[in-house]
Structure formats: C-alpha cells, structure tokens
Design a protein around this ligand. Structure first.
Ligand code: PGA
Length: 255
C-alpha cells in the first residue's frame, strides 16, 4: 500500500511573515486529516520559521531545490547539509528549474543521489512540454527523464523517493491533464521505466504524484486513478482553504 502524499510547492512566493501566517492556518486546518502525507515546501528563507510552526504535527517540510555538493564556492546555492535536520523532502528537477535555470537530467541525477545520501527524500519532477506532447513524444521524453534522472540507484533507494509527473503545459495554466491521461503516463511510462530499471516490485512501491493546475475541484479525478498517489500542488497551495480542501478530498478518497 502506497500512502498518498500531497505537497504544496509555494515556489517564489511568501516572505517569512506571510509563510508563517499561511503555515499557521494550514496547521489548524490539516490537523486530523489522516491516512495521507502532507508536505509544505516554502522558499528557503521561510523554511526555519515554518519548521518551528509545524514541529510536533504530522505535516512534513520540503525544500524546492538543492545543490549536490556539501559545501564550497557555489554562490547562491543551498547544500544537503543545510537541509538535513531541517526538512525531510526536497523537490528536484522541477520543470521551472529545467527551463529557467538549465537543469539537465544528469544534474538532477546528481542531486537525487546526494539527497538520498543525506537522508532527504527527493520529489523528482518529470514532464513533457506542450510541443513535445503535441509531437507525440510524451513517453519518450518522460521515459528518458526517469531513466537518466534515476540512474545508478539501488532499488531500495528508488522505492523511498517520490516522483511528480508534471506536464509542463499543465503547470500554472489552469489546463490540468485529465485523470486518465496522467494515470496512463504514470502507469505505463513512469512505472514501466522503473520496472525495466529496478523490477516490478520497486515500480509498484514508488509513490508518483500528479502536478499541474490541481485544485479542490479536480483533485478527485486524479486520486481516482490507481497509479496516482497524490499531487504536487502549486498555485492552489498558496490559499489555505483550497489546499486544506484538496487534502481533505484526497484523504477521504483513500480511506
Ligand atoms: P500549479 O503548479 O499547481 O500552479 O500548476 C504545480 C507545480 O509546478 O508544482
């Protein structure tokens, strides 16, 4: 049984005061919603404040990026040693990092290995662009991202991480994938690649989220898919009531 996981990716939003206020509302509203893992991913400056606020609750904390090196002359970067003990999760290879900051599958693979070596749980993002989708290249692109991004791990490591399937054309556009469409990519392409690499049992053990314009109104469609284990939520995670409702629907559907 895979425990579903709903993570809020706050992206480059919320200063410390705003993040604190949002986390306070979420702490109250998410209390008692069980059977599902809940994770908040604020920007780096707010991680410590949100960590203090959710200590002792069952809400997890995640960073949005990380360098693979432990320390050194990498101005502007944050290392696994700095996240260790502060958060449990780290989003890696988000399409915005790939598109705006030139991240490659190989770089994502280094980050994944480093995160795992430091006891962090990677949320590894994959997904095709609109052009790739329209050209019928979804399986090729997503399959490549999974194979290259998760190369050289042990089956046990793979089983412990989270993958987020986020079609780029669905992110922040209000144009979510369909449940069936996302379920097929996750079930066939992503779990298929994992099965080839690490065996069927591992492929079935990995939690795979859907991400891209998820809302309280459409989360049920994704949770109804047996291969989808929750969501990586962007815009809708910045509104407390909406995020709480997303988690509530997801928790009720998996009970
Ligand atoms: P969105 O973002 O929910 O705003 O589309 C999802 C994501 O980028 O993780």
């Amino acid at each position: 049984m895979r425990t579903p996981i709903i993570a809020g990716n706050w992206k480059m939003n919320k200063n410390i005061a705003e993040a604190t206020a949002l986390a306070q509302e979420l702490r109250a509203g998410l209390a008692g919603l069980t059977g599902i893992e809940k994770v908040l991913c604020p920007a780096f400056p707010a991680l410590a404040a949100v960590s203090d606020l959710i200590r002792g609750t069952d809400i997890g904390l995640g960073a949005q990026n990380m360098h693979w090196e432990e320390k050194g002359a990498f101005t502007g970067e944050v290392s696994p040693l700095m996240l260790q003990g502060l958060c449990r999760y780290v989003i890696l290879g988000h399409s915005e990092r790939r598109q705006c900051f030139g991240e490659t599958d190989e770089g994502v693979n280094r980050k994944v290995k480093s995160a795992l070596a430091h006891g962090l749980v990677p949320i590894v993002c994959v997904g095709e662009t609109l052009a790739e989708n329209e050209a019928g290249r979804t399986a090729e692109v997503v399959g490549r991202q999974v194979r290259n991004g998760l190369a050289g791990l042990t089956a046990q490591q793979v089983a412990s991480l989270v993958i987020a399937y986020e079609p780029v054309w669905a992110i922040g556009t209000g144009r979510a994938a369909t449940g069936a469409g996302a379920g097929a990519v996750i079930g066939l392409t992503i779990r298929g690649a994992l099965a080839e690499m690490y065996g069927e049992a591992t492929a079935q053990a990995v939690r795979v989220q859907y991400g891209g314009s998820t809302t309280a109104a459409n989360i049920a469609e994704f949770m109804a898919q047996p291969d989808i284990d929750g969501a990586l939520v962007g815009g809708a995670s910045l509104k407390a009531a909406e995020f709480i409702q997303i988690v509530r629907v997801a928790a009720e559907m998996r009970r």
